[in-house]
Design a protein around this ligand. Structure first.
Ligand code: ZN
Length: 302
């Protein structure tokens, strides 16, 4: 599943290409992509608008349009947003036929495409079909995300103190804590493992058991793991492709994720795999400390 570094990679590649381009037409081949909005309604609302920016919030892609609207897209498990040009383009009349599966794999999984005024096309492909899109007025964006997403980990707001406040009193294991988008936005299964390894923290440690030095170590580790992912162009374990349709390189640079049975890059230990919150979790029992739950402080009695 694409996480913050994968989505950020797509944004950085595509924003300069898309900025200022006019959307001649949007064609939606799968109504599930934009439900509960009707495809014809969304197609009508987007057609003719100019793209002002492509941004990111957590794992969401934000296609900012003129006249105060943003198309918020989520890639979910297997979605990809790819700019297509030249011979790869399709005849506009072929879209529906392609979605029904008469062409190559990527074309068969085409769920929607934007036809741009320079002749290029932006494709949303998605084999598992969990990806989604929703048109939201710019004025309502903050409220839309307030209930869904917590702090942006690459922003200045993500301080050790902020992390301490989010973790306070939480008994959930650190792995689950990092996956919760309402706490820290954008971290998923890959980068949670990588961050906990960097911070030398065991994934089953209760989040609320961290002390000040752990907060600082984990804050730094989350940022470092995400930045490494962006530097590596994202990770292509499964379906992820970047905005140009290419695989990322980060999967070759994981420290522990998917490395079960391999030597720890830091100590004499061996990387193990356990399941936390239903997700495969990789860590080194030799150098990742398992914190104990802090005893509750008793109220002072007179
Ligand atoms: Zn180790």
């Amino acid at each position: 599943m694409p996480e913050l570094p994968e989505v950020e990679t797509v944004c950085r590649q595509l924003e300069p290409e898309l900025e200022g381009r006019r959307i001649e037409r949007l064609e939606i081949y799968d109504p599930r992509w934009c439900r509960p909005t009707m495809p014809t309604e969304l197609e009508g609302a987007v057609a003719g608008r100019t793209i002002e920016r492509l941004g990111r919030r957590g794992k969401y892609l934000l296609l900012g349009l003129d006249r105060g609207l943003t198309l918020v897209m989520h890639l979910r498990m297997t979605g990809n947003l790819v700019l297509v040009e030249g011979e790869d383009r399709l005849d506009p009349s072929e879209g529906m036929r392609l979605y029904e599966g008469e062409r190559s794999t990527s074309e068969r999984h085409l769920r929607a495409r934007f036809l741009l005024d320079d002749g290029r096309e932006l494709w949303f492909t998605d084999p598992r079909r969990f990806g989604e899109a929703r048109l939201i007025e710019d004025d309502a964006l903050d409220a839309h995300f307030a209930s869904r997403l917590g702090v942006e980990p690459l922003s200045g707001e993500f301080t050790p103190q902020a992390l301490a406040e989010i973790a306070a009193g939480r008994t959930a294991p650190l792995k689950s804590f990092l996956l919760d988008q309402k706490g820290i936005a954008g971290v998923g299964n890959i980068y949670a493992d990588e961050a906990l390894f960097r911070a030398r923290l065991h994934p089953l440690s209760p989040a609320g058991s961290m002390k000040a030095d752990h907060h600082e170590a984990l804050r730094d580790a989350v940022v470092a793991a995400l930045e490494a992912g962006i530097d590596g162009g994202g990770a292509s374990i499964d379906d992820y492709r970047d905005g140009r349709g290419e695989k990322g390189r980060m999967q070759d640079e994981f420290l522990v994720h998917t490395r079960e049975g391999e030597s720890c890059p830091r100590c004499d230990g061996t990387v193990e795999r356990i399941v936390v919150s239903g997700r495969s979790t990789y860590f080194c029992p030799g150098c990742q400390v398992r914190l104990r739950r802090r005893p509750r402080r008793r109220r002072a009695r007179k």
